[in-house]
Write a protein of this length. Structure first.
Length: 411
């Protein structure tokens, strides 16, 4: 801080404060401060001057004097090292000190060191089973025939030559529990579960997506028996004829190679893929030996809707809830839609309590109000599927979907 004892210094300090960008004025103040013995204040003003005008010779010379207490240089004799004077940093001594320290290598390669245990994917142990899936009897039967019965009966499996390799494509509108079913299959089998999404695999750099696909299959084989769940497989395994990017085409090729198990046998690896757009999946992925079984996961049936309502209302303060009436009123609603209905009904009761200052139970009037607000999110999906089942179902792939839509008057 500037000492106000000297009237000239005090006057110049006020002038600098009024015109902080005047470098000449600030250097003059610094010179007076240095002459008055106020080295710290002089250094501060020199630094401010150099910040605005780094090449100012007067400011640099004043800074050198303020920092070094008046440095004088002597000419070294021919061939002799310059001798540092008072206030000058001895660079040669510093270099000598550094050279005494043994240099350490910048990079090391220890072949005996164990590889770090890192993975971009989590290997889980599922705690749910098919008993936790409400309704969906046909879905459970197909899953039992494809995966569960052969695993539970090894003698019959060997007798009939049934392999534990398998792949199934789950398709249907969003929010209907395809991921939940995959976890339930893993829990039913006592197998590990690896959930892989589109963002986990695809990468902008050439070759990285293929390596990611290879790594995730290697992880599944290492942890067999394992259910490998591939979400959004329509994006990962998109029809190569529709893909303009060569990187995407090679990623699809790598996925096909891993499903075939060319380098490793996929025994004990159960691949379950899920998609909302099965008509965009490359036909090669659905070839026998790959994702050769297709399972339609539709909006929950009436018993399933009743179970879903019961689950989402179980831990809320409710009274007089008619689950059967709610289940009948929510045909074509997905499981996610029903969860949103329960959340909306809770909001109605909560806001009513805020307005009246009285806490009350959630009743049917709240759920009826929620039904008037929340519409089924599956409608757009069925609108797009209608064109497929009517005009692109020559091989009968979507016969089951067509029958369901006819039954529910969507065709």
């Amino acid at each position: 801080m500037t000492d106000p004892g000297n009237p000239l210094i005090a006057s110049l300090a006020r002038a600098v404060e009024a015109a902080p960008g005047d470098v000449t004025l600030r250097v003059h103040l610094a010179e007076l401060l240095l002459g008055d013995g106020q080295q710290d204040a002089a250094v501060s003003h020199c630094a401010a001057a150099l910040q605005r005008d780094p090449g100012n010779a007067a400011a640099r010379e004043l800074m050198s004097r303020a920092m070094g207490g008046g440095v004088t240089h002597t000419e070294p004799s021919a061939g002799a090292a310059p001798t540092p004077v008072r206030g000058e940093f001895d660079w040669r001594q510093a270099e000598s000190d550094i050279s005494d320290v043994a240099p350490q290598p910048m990079f090391v390669d220890d072949e005996n060191a164990p590889p770090p245990d890192v993975s971009a994917w989590d290997v889980e142990k599922s705690g749910i089973t098919l008993a936790d899936v409400g309704g969906m009897t046909q879905v459970k039967e197909r899953l039992t025939a494809a995966f569960l019965a052969p695993m539970r009966n090894p003698e019959l499996r060997r007798l009939y030559g049934k392999s534990l390799r398998g792949g199934m494509l789950l398709y249907g509108p969003p929010g209907c529990g395809k991921t939940f079913i995959g976890r339930a299959v893993a829990g039913e089998m006592g197998a590990h579960f690896v959930n892989v999404g589109l963002a986990d695999v695809l990468d902008m750099y050439v070759g990285t997506s293929e390596r990611n696909i290879q790594d995730v299959f290697r992880l599944a084989r290492t942890n067999a028996p394992c259910v490998l769940f591939l979400d959004e497989v329509d994006a990962l395994g998109q029809k190569r004829s529709l893909t303009r990017s060569s990187g995407m085409r090679t990623a699809v090729n790598q996925l096909l190679t891993e499903l075939d198990g060319v380098n490793d046998v996929n025994e004990g690896v159960f691949v379950i893929a899920a998609t909302n757009q099965p008509w965009d999946v490359d036909a090669a992925l659905r070839r026998p030996g790959r994702l050769d079984r297709t399972l339609l996961v539709l909006p929950p049936d009436q018993p399933a809707r009743e179970a879903i309502f019961r689950h989402h209302l179980a831990h809320r303060p409710v009274e007089g809830i008619d689950l059967k009436r709610l289940a009948k009123a929510t045909e074509a609603y997905s499981g996610a839609d029903i969860a949103h209905l329960c959340e909306t009904a809770s909001e109605h009761a909560l806001m009513d309590g805020v307005r009246t200052g009285t806490v009350r139970m959630i009743g049917m009037k709240d759920l009826d109000a929620a039904l008037r607000e929340v519409r089924p999110s599956t409608t757009p999906w069925f609108d797009s599927a209608r064109n497929v089942v009517q005009f692109a179902n020559q091989d009968g792939t979507y016969d089951e979907l067509r029958e369901w839509m006819r039954k529910h008057r969507m065709l």
